[in-house]
Design a protein. Structure first.
Lengths: 572, 255
């Protein structure tokens, strides 16, 4: 039995008190957040210090010169901007060692965030117990894929008042709810916060500007951590083994649901107003809903992995392993991961960790589990998927051959197949661009389809949106292939390539401070669409139309640009 | 976009081979790095003599570049290859390298006269050597160097077709050259101004340049940039606990 069990935030209606009037885990979370918020910015036990560990706009080299600098954020919460911690990494609890650590768009995304969660959970538990709360308290999770209306944010986060604390507990700001933040605008920019899962979308049919970009848990069907998923990079993303505050190898779990939920929950006020906290990694962890969202992401990773005997019943489903190469297990060599950890007598110590220290539940620092840790439904093996694809391509393998063919090697060689010309500006209802294919590479791809077999698998094809720059993180872009001119892309679900959320866009586009300014880059697997185009004889042309449609209407003028839209093939 | 280890080695192996050959050449002919004192004379030099001397030093300069810079070019060349059609890869890489070398050729025209001037005008060798060491140390610590290093990590989007693809490859090479020269010029000047131990100084400069390039971008400020990033990488891969200079010093001289 794990030492702590994280429970669903929607238990007891997502409120501060249950039906019997007892305080819920959300109530104690609010008390813990409140206590942490009373500490100073440079205190490694403060809410603000932890938020800056994820990312910040408060150090001189990080500030943006306007919103969302921390001194420009609307209260609540009233975010302090002084005193800053020491800058030198040789000083204890320095900004250089601790702040701006979050790992995004690379394969350290799941383990770094697991370490981050257990560190703040440990700190919150200390404060909650000191305030008279339960010793078994654990971080709740927001399962927006759950039944009923769990796509809605739990009501405790929208209430402006906190119920009176238990007798004997005195808090600095009684009444005000630490879980409520002003800058949380939701997917429609109105302050109504929900996650547009299929059920969430169904419940909000009147949204005038919502076209696509549904939040799904399709990543759970991935069979590999590194490759082969909807992004081409598998469940958890890919290397290299470098510290990457913002890399370019986003995995499926991070892309959808993680990134999409961030920008839908944070949103932006109206069409072009300021963005919500959750929309930008430099302010996201100031919002208490952040940690419940990440607890759910962590829960999904735990459910995707092989069950560990300590937290699962014996004989549970197989699950999928994490990478075993040293580059992943030992973490980056250019900067390590480190968290503040509650020490004896109220002091804070440091906890340096590597992915292997948090690679599964039930380890020294991860002795927790989840109330709901569903077993993975059996996903088709890569060999079965290949067999299905060969059948669709009209080159079916025999049942005997399929039985014998148990292993497939992921395609290793990638090659540019086509590109558009010039930057694409994304504004209003979106944009359309033409990707011109190189005839010799297109022929190589079609030949791979025409001669495909179990021993010579057909190529995969990917759409890449490269060097996306701008300052509006609260944007979800949906890509469609070959939608007829003048038609509405959302009427062509078969031509839908996928969605990407621009979480981290502003920081990735900046050329000041430590940023190189390359912007964000994403890939989307369009193999299925390409196969269909090939079967319909529509891939003879060397031009592919790509429509980029934002989930919400954007202002008529934005600074969002896509540097290059390309198509890659991956195969032999 | 989908860069695998094999593709990295495809670039790294020739780059390291070029490096090794350049070091062998320099070891065999160390004099090619320096103007001969008797050629320099003591007074003003006629423009034709200066031109002849510059030309004679050009092979040594390129050998020095080839010995020091290829490791730093592996990442941008892998980038150029992955963003280009397979049939254009060699052409794009050649144009990229052309742009890069063009910038270092301009740097040659600026730095070599400093070397010649030092040889001809400074009578006591330690003055020039001390100045070179001080300049290198100051530049190694200054925020402008960090800005250049950060920009070395920037990878612009590259057009895929025709003239635009050629233009972007050259432009990317020029940008990488500018920021590479901006961050490394003082380290390059150091072995040129020392009276002896040129190759040893070059080897040290090469290691420092490699460590600089390995380190992730960071906020520009005044700080010492040593070889910690390289040591950290080597010790991590060799499973040896990393001990930075401060830790070692503290263990030898406890506070």
């Amino acid at each position: 039995m794990a030492a702590h069990i994280r429970t669903n935030a929607w238990n007891d209606g997502g409120n501060f008190k249950d039906a019997k009037g007892n305080y819920t885990s959300l109530y104690w979370y609010a008390i813990g957040v409140h206590q942490m918020q009373q500490r100073k910015l440079n205190d490694p036990a403060s809410w603000w210090f932890f938020a800056a560990i994820h990312g910040e706009y408060v150090l001189p080299g990080s500030k943006n010169g306007g919103y969302p600098d921390w001194d420009k954020l609307p209260a609540p919460p009233p975010v302090p901007v002084t005193p800053l911690p020491p800058a030198s990494k040789n000083s204890p609890f320095s900004s250089a060692q601790y702040w701006d650590q979050c790992q995004h768009a690379n394969w350290y995304f799941p383990p770094w965030h697991r370490g981050y969660l257990v560190a703040i959970e440990s700190r919150l538990r200390e404060d909650i117990v000191a305030a008279g709360g339960p010793a078994e308290w654990a971080l709740p999770y927001w399962n927006y894929f759950g039944p009923h209306t769990q796509y809605d944010i739990p009501p405790a986060f929208s209430a402006k008042q906190l119920p009176a604390p238990p007798h004997g507990l005195k808090i600095a700001n009684p009444g005000s709810n630490p879980l409520f933040v002003t800058a949380r605008y939701g997917p429609d920019g109105t302050g109504t916060v929900y996650v547009p899962t299929p059920a969430g979308k169904h419940a909000h049919p009147g949204d005038p500007n919502f076209s696509a970009g549904t939040v799904t848990d399709a990543c759970m069907q991935d069979t590999d951590y590194l490759s082969g998923g909807a992004t081409g990079y598998g469940f958890g993303g890919d290397g290299p083994p470098k510290f990457a505050h913002r890399g370019s190898t986003t995995g499926d779990l991070e892309n959808n649901p993680h990134n999409l939920v961030h920008v839908y929950v944070g949103g932006g006020q109206g069409i072009d107003g300021p963005e919500g906290l959750m929309s930008d990694p430099g302010i996201a962890a100031l919002d208490p809903i952040f940690y419940l969202h990440h607890a759910n992401i962590d829960r999904m990773w735990a459910a995707w992995n092989p069950p560990t005997g300590k937290v699962h019943p014996a004989g549970a489903g197989a699950g999928h392993p994490n990478p075993t190469e040293k580059g992943w297990t030992d973490g980056p060599t250019d900067r390590g991961f480190v968290m503040p950890w509650p020490g004896p007598a109220g002091h804070t110590t440091d906890w340096p960790y590597k992915p292997k220290d948090v690679a599964s539940l039930g380890l020294a620092k991860t002795d927790y589990s989840y109330e709901e840790l569903p077993l993975l439904p059996a996903s088709p093996s890569p060999a079965a998927l290949l067999g299905q694809r060969l059948k669709e391509l009209g080159r079916p393998a025999t049942a005997a051959a399929l039985q014998e063919h148990t292993e497939t090697v992921p395609p290793a060689n990638s090659e540019l197949m086509g590109s558009n010309k010039g930057k694409v500006s994304i504004m209003g209802a979106g944009a359309r661009t033409v990707v011109t294919l190189a005839p010799e590479v297109r022929q190589k791809f079609t030949a791979s389809l025409d001669t495909a077999s179990l021993s010579a698998p057909p190529d995969h094809v990917y759409l890449a949106l490269e060097n996306i720059r701008g300052t509006r993180d609260a944007t979800v872009l949906n890509a469609y292939i070959n939608v007829p001119e003048g038609k509405n892309p959302k009427d062509f679900p078969d031509l839908f390539a996928g969605s990407v959320a621009l979480f981290g866009l502003r920081k990735a586009s900046s050329t000041s401070g430590e940023h190189a300014g390359d912007g964000l880059s994403f890939t989307l697997d369009i193999t299925k669409i390409a196969d269909q185009l090939h079967l319909n004889k529509e891939l003879k042309s060397d031009a592919v139309q790509v429509s980029i449609v934002p989930s919400r209407l954007l202002p008529e003028k934005t600074d969002i640009t896509i540097g290059r839209v390309t198509v890659y093939r991956k195969g032999r | 976009v989908f860069v695998n280890l094999r593709e990295v080695w495809r670039v790294a192996v020739p780059a390291l081979l070029i490096c090794a050959v350049a070091w062998l050449v320099l070891l065999a002919r160390p004099g090619m790095l320096h103007p001969h004192i008797h050629d320099v004379g003591s007074g003003a030099m006629a423009p034709t003599d200066l031109g002849r001397m510059l030309l004679s030093l050009l092979p040594g300069w390129f050998a020095m570049l080839a010995a020091m810079m290829p490791p730093a070019l592996i990442s941008p060349i892998v980038y150029v290859r992955s963003r280009s059609f397979a049939c254009r890869r060699q052409r794009s890489v050649a144009l990229f390298i052309g742009g890069y070398i063009a910038i270092w050729t301009v740097a040659f025209v600026v730095l070599i006269p400093i070397q010649i001037a030092e040889r001809s005008l400074v009578s006591q060798f330690w003055i020039g050597a001390s100045a070179a060491i001080i300049v290198a140390l100051v530049w190694q610590s200054c925020p402008i160097k960090q800005i250049c290093l950060n920009r070395c990590h920037a990878h612009r989007e590259l057009a895929a077709f025709g003239y635009a693809a050629d233009r972007d490859a050259v432009r990317f090479g020029l940008e990488q050259g500018i920021y590479c020269a901006g961050s490394c010029w003082a380290l390059m000047l150091l072995p040129m101004l020392l009276p002896a131990w040129h190759l040893a100084a070059m080897a040290i400069a090469t290691i420092v340049i490699l460590a600089d390039r390995i380190e992730r971008p960071t906020t520009p400020n005044w700080r010492w940039r040593g070889v910690d990033p390289l040591l950290r990488m080597v010790t991590a891969r060799a499973n040896v606990p990393f001990r930075n200079f401060r830790t070692v010093r503290a263990s030898i001289w406890p506070a």
